[in-house]
Design a protein around this ligand. Structure first.
Ligand code: NIG
Ligand code: FE
Length: 424
């Protein structure tokens, strides 16, 4: 006996409805698919032909015809440095002339120049910039965004950035998931005394962040020449002890045991991983640590060993290890002045060789897994958030296929239209 389900939103008859079952490796495409929602959650999804007998639209129920279009879960960007502010175009120019990323940082530029710019900017300026960034991301179909501090580097300044991220997200449709990244660089005041700065993170910053309940994750830029594996381990373990799950910038510029450390501490994700070892990736798979690749950043690091073949080899090793792959923008003023998840996805397919299905999984359920939100967002199965995108695309391959355009036609957050016109 079919009990009919009450609903307040029906998106019907998509050319391809991508259910993206939580944590899986298939898109779960339903041709001619319909998804029904109630109170901001999905309550039913299946073939259009079965919808009529299964659903009982409430008075005022919105019905949208997605005929000919693809419907996916709202995108999840699992790695951004939001709030970030300021322009580093001169540094971009220096890099084009051959300067190295760590060379610029050592000279007080790079991350440290953004720290200076952001310290001098008012709360209103930074909050406004972050809101503008969230608007742009939402317009691209992104409904959940991770946001890292890391351009403060003192307890007060880091707490301020976390507060501003929360404020920017509080009255915005995009869900902001905050990460504390006090270990992003050694501030000039601690030049040559990195361990003393680590003590400040352990003694002052982490307890305050935890007490204020202002971040969910703790991240470290673990890289030879920045924070060592030993320093990173201490910070991540203390974070875990205080209720902040670990994330890690790992093996971005050189092999340094970052992937191994991420697995050891049970990190929810390890990100970049351009130089992660096969052993480290296998350990991540065993620990359930998601591999977040950042294709836009790769464009800033091209040259030397880093090229398309290198990236594809890393992905082959990730597949062999059986680790879940997610994609992020890494939005920041240095390596990735890019807010576009759609561009990151197109580059993931072209540079890293991800299939279209892998790319969409990586921007939905696997990205959700990188934030500990698998099943809650990034899927369109009953119980998941009614966050969804109706694409200007007739098949899912068309999403990574095009680049440099915004193909997100309609965006729904928690069952509410937040971008696009009512079609029916
Ligand atoms: O993920 N690697 C460290 N952090 C950023 C870059 C931040 C910056 O250059 O301002 C990244 O690439
Ligand atoms: Fe980053």
């Amino acid at each position: 006996v079919n009990q009919q389900l009450a609903c307040d939103l029906i998106v019907s008859n998509a050319a391809e409805l991508c259910l993206v079952p939580p944590g899986g490796n298939s898109l779960g495409v339903v041709a001619g698919g319909t998804v029904a929602c109630l109170n901001g959650r999905v309550i039913w999804a299946g073939p259009h032909a079965h919808a009529k007998g299964s659903l009982a639209p409430l008075p005022g129920c919105v019905t949208v015809d997605a005929g000919g279009q693809v419907v996916t879960p709202g995108l999840v960007d699992p790695h951004t440095h939001l709030p970030s502010y300021g322009v580093r175009a001169r540094e971009f120019e220096l890099k084009l002339r051959g300067a190295g990323y760590l060379e610029i940082l050592a000279a007080g530029g790079g991350i440290l120049s953004t720290v200076a710019t952001m310290s001098a900017a008012s709360d209103a300026t930074l909050r406004g910039a972050a809101r503008g960034d969230l608007d742009f991301m939402l317009g691209q179909g992104v409904t959940t965004v991770e946001a890292k501090s890391g351009y403060g580097l003192t307890a007060d300044a880091e707490l301020r950035l976390l507060r501003l991220a929360a404020e920017a997200g509080s009255d915005h449709p995009v869900t902001v998931v905050p990460t504390f990244l006090g270990a992003h660089a050694i501030p000039p005041t601690f030049k040559g005394k990195p361990d003393a700065y680590v003590e400040v993170i352990l003694e002052d910053m982490l307890p305050a962040v935890s007490r204020q309940g202002i971040a969910q994750f703790c991240d470290v830029f673990c890289e030879p020449g920045v924070f060592s594996v030993e320093q990173s381990r201490r910070i991540l373990q203390e974070g875990e002890r205080l209720g902040l799950r670990a994330k890690l910038h790992a093996d971005e510029l050189a092999a340094g045991g970052g992937a191994e450390l991420a697995a050891e501490v049970g990190a929810v994700s390890a990100d970049h991983l351009l130089f992660a070892s096969p052993t480290g990736l296998a350990a991540m798979a065993a620990a359930g640590t998601v591999a977040v690749i950042l294709p836009v950043t790769v464009l800033a690091l091209l040259g030397g060993e880093v090229g398309v073949e290198h990236c594809r080899r890393q992905v082959a090793q990730m597949r062999d290890a059986g680790v879940q792959i997610a994609i992020g923008t890494d939005y920041n003023p240095g390596t990735a002045p890019c807010r576009s998840m759609q561009l990151a996805m197109s580059l993931a397919s072209r540079v890293f060789g991800l299939s279209s299905a892998e790319t969409i999984l990586a921007a939905t359920t696997h990205a959700a897994a990188a934030l500990g939100l698998v099943g809650k967002v990034g899927s369109l199965v009953p119980g998941s958030a009614a966050d969804l995108v109706i694409w200007e695309a007739a098949s899912h391959e068309e999403i990574p296929y095009r680049l440099g355009e915004n193909q997100a036609a309609h965006v729904y957050k928690a069952g509410r239209l937040v971008k696009g016109r009512m079609t029916t």
